[in-house]
Design a protein around this ligand. Structure first.
Ligand SMILES: Nc1ncnc2c1ncn2[C@@H]1O[C@H](COP(=O)(O)OP(=O)(O)O)[C@@H](O)[C@H]1O
Ligand SMILES: [Mg+2]
Length: 247
């Protein structure tokens, strides 16, 4: 079996005395694409934020390639660079061009050579179909284009694992596809990915493993084939039924 990239053991998270993550055990291996699904408010975003140490945890441990991730720890900045994250909102700097937005962190944080970084940025922009947008400003882009820029901005940091939190949820329907296609391409390249999405057909297509969460716990895990055709728990069945009804 391939190397463990991310390991969570007994992770407990509370907000204001309320348990939000209730003992999460999870292992993601090199090259694996895992998709987390579950009802709104069940703790999916909180889980990703804890992995990135954007939120401290109360109990348990989170390891990246065997190294503990802890809010406030000395090695956190270097560990965080290995974790790429894209959110629902793309928060690009409005006063910077696409190229400047993408090259800022590799230059300032990783101290990489400007020309090398710009060359890599141009290559990545070409791969997501945005070669002609390098000198544009975010306001000149559609939502789908901005989200693709946000993905490039993450990739250029050369992360070991890619986290995606409902990256298409705020997009107009006609732009969802172009962003999902970029993610499918990354999966085909063998990237290690942990994805939160409500796009069930996409989840089925991209995932090696589906992780179903409810109420702060992992209730069920399985291959997409198992999960979508024969969910084991009543809660997963009910969740999927609701989706079939919605769409
Ligand atoms: N910063 C916060 N302070 C207090 N409660 C929070 C905070 N962030 C999230 N929560 C609560 O944690 C629960 C899980 O939220 P979240 O992780 O955003 O769920 P999901 O992403 O699955 O919709 C919700 O009940 C939410 O209200
Ligand atoms: Mg969320």
């Amino acid at each position: 079996m391939s190397e463990e990239v991310l390991t969570l053991r007994g992770v407990v998270k509370e907000f204001d005395g309320k348990t939000i993550l209730d003992g999460i055990d999870l292992t993601i291996r090199q090259g694996e694409v895992a998709v987390i699904i579950g009802p709104s408010g069940c703790g999916k975003s909180t889980l990703l934020r804890c992995i990135n140490a954007l939120e401290p945890i109360r109990e348990g441990e989170i390891l990246l390639q065997g190294e503990p991730i802890r809010a406030g720890a000395k090695n956190l900045p270097s560990l965080r660079q290995k974790i790429g994250m894209v959110f629902q909102s793309y928060d690009l700097y409005p006063h910077m061009t696409v190229m400047e937005n993408i090259t800022l962190s590799p230059r300032k944080v990783q101290k990489r050579d400007r020309r090398e970084v710009e060359r890599e940025a141009a290559e990545l922009l070409a791969r997501v179909g945005l070669s002609d947008k390098a000198e544009s400003y975010p306001r000149q882009l559609s939502g789908g284009q901005k989200q693709r820029v946000a993905i490039v901005r993450m990739l250029i940091m050369q992360p070991e694992i890619l986290l995606f939190d409902e990256v298409t949820a705020a997009l107009d329907p006609e732009m969802v596809r172009e962003v999902l296609d970029v993610m499918l391409e990354l999966a085909h390249q063998g990237r290690t990915m942990l994805i939160v999405t409500h796009e069930m057909a996409f989840a089925q297509a991209i995932a090696h493993r589906i992780i179903f969460m409810d109420d702060g716990r992992i209730v069920e895990e399985g291959t997409p084939g198992q999960f979508f055709t024969k969910p084991q728990t009543k809660r997963a069945q009910e969740f999927l039924d609701r989706f079939r009804f919605d769409t």
